[in-house]
Design a protein around this ligand. Structure first.
Ligand SMILES: Cc1cc2nc3c(=O)[nH]c(=O)nc-3n(C[C@H](O)[C@H](O)[C@H](O)COP(=O)(O)O)c2cc1C
Length: 378
């Protein structure tokens, strides 16, 4: 019998899926629907001392990505404290209150939202490109003020997320959530040139398009910082969640997929996670967590990390090989091979190791994963 529960900062979650801060966690009613669909925990829309106003429009679904200019919560603090947070405690899932945007604001808000029922806090602190100090100050002051786990939301829009991760860990943060939506993108109407997000024109990018970026940032935080991570960004299926855990996440944040496909998406993703474990002979997510980290060639020094493309590449001798038992003879590998290394033979396809450069294109495009690499010994 497989189990998909995880532990997060002393809380037992029935699913690794955490509703990331966003419109689907805007109030009690919307989080209640997520809880009914089996979400593991929820992070509220970021609560401020004074409510935000959103540009109109502020949401746009593009092909394989999402754009938004949504600001923080539009609900006044008093309603969060008197109504939303106390009711959220009745749902039976851990509730994480997201608070922002300055260290002063966070220090003032933290004890109030904890008194109202928040079991953990996520700090969404505005910082510049290269200065984690506002986050550091916020962590110190919030940790001094409350006795619940404190998570810091990290963004990839900084010169070095590892430096930010280390700084908040040293300041006493219990965990990080990474990554935030990415700054920034534009969608336009090709006929008129009018931007979809009329008022601002550009918006933060989330959804499928940022998954690879999110996995890299999460893996870096896991390897270099060694802190509990809610891995977030572009997760839209149960298998995406498995990948996020493989890169070292303790739990998996989901925002855009729940907006686009509705709260019931959480139930389908939970099923996909359990199915994956069953099909591949795993019993729990602990067996999956972090297994990608030792397989990544992380540069050692900060300098190498920031300029990794200057590093010398160790020459290897590999070829791609088609598993004839799995091949469906679709011919995609032959069509995409840049080096003309795929030959048609007896109605099927074979790769000539002399011409193959093991560039990886056919491996990644084979629809049935029938191609893998083989080490050559010449
Ligand atoms: C419409 C929208 C609103 C968001 N609002 C917040 C917010 O209030 N606070 C916050 O910390 N992150 C916010 N986020 C960022 C998400 O929590 C998440 O980090 C990001 O979207 C990446 O995950 P995803 O690809 O699953 O959406 C928002 C994202 C979207 C799309």
């Amino acid at each position: 019998m497989v189990t998909i529960d995880v532990s997060l900062l002393g809380f037992e979650l029935r699913s690794p899926l955490v509703a990331a801060s966003g419109p689907m966690t805007r109030d009690f009613a919307s989080i209640k629907r997520l809880a009914a669909a089996g979400i593991g925990a929820a992070i509220t829309k970021t609560i401020l001392l004074s409510p935000s106003t959103n540009p109109q429009p502020c949401l746009h679904r593009g092909k394989g990505y999402f754009l938004n200019t949504e600001r923080c919560s539009t609900i006044p603090l008093a309603r969060w404290l008197e109504d939303e947070l106390p009711r959220l405690r009745t749902l039976g899932i851990p509730i994480i209150a997201s608070i922002g945007m300055t260290p002063d604001d966070a220090a003032e808000l933290a004890p109030q939202v904890v008194d109202a029922g928040a079991q953990m806090l996520e700090l969404s602190i505005f910082t510049g490109y290269d200065d984690p100090q506002p986050m550091v100050e916020a962590v110190r002051r919030v940790k001094a003020a409350v006795d619940v786990p404190v998570i810091v939301k990290l963004s990839s829009n900084v010169h070095d997320i590892v430096e930010f991760g280390r700084a908040v860990k040293d300041a006493g943060a219990d965990a990080v959530s990474a990554i935030d939506a990415v700054k920034a993108g534009i969608t336009i109407d090709p006929v008129t040139g009018r931007p979809a997000l009329l008022q601002q024109g550009f918006g933060r990018v989330s959804g499928e398009a940022i998954k690879a970026l999110a996995l890299y940032n999460v893996a870096q935080l896991a390897h270099y910082v060694g802190i509990t991570i809610i891995g977030t960004g572009g997760v839209t299926t149960g298998v995406d969640a498995i990948e996020m855990l493989s890169c070292g996440a303790a739990a998996v944040g989901v925002c855009t997929a729940l907006i686009v496909d509705g709260p019931e998406k959480a139930a389908r993703m939970n099923e996909e996670i359990a199915k994956f474990l069953n099909e591949h002979g795993f019993f729990s997510l602990d067996e999956i967590r972090g297994r990608t980290i030792p397989q990544i060639d992380f540069p050692e020094t900060t300098e190498e990390r920031q300029e990794y493309e200057k590093r010398q590449v160790q020459a290897t001798d590999r070829t791609a090989v088609i598993d004839q038992g799995m091949c469906i003879r679709c011919g995609v590998c032959r069509r995409v091979c840049l080096y003309g290394a795929v030959d048609e033979r007896d109605g099927g396809f074979v790769i000539d190791p002399e011409r193959c450069k093991a560039c990886g294109l056919c491996v990644s495009m084979c629809p049935v994963n029938a191609i893998d690499y083989k080490e050559m010994r010449r």
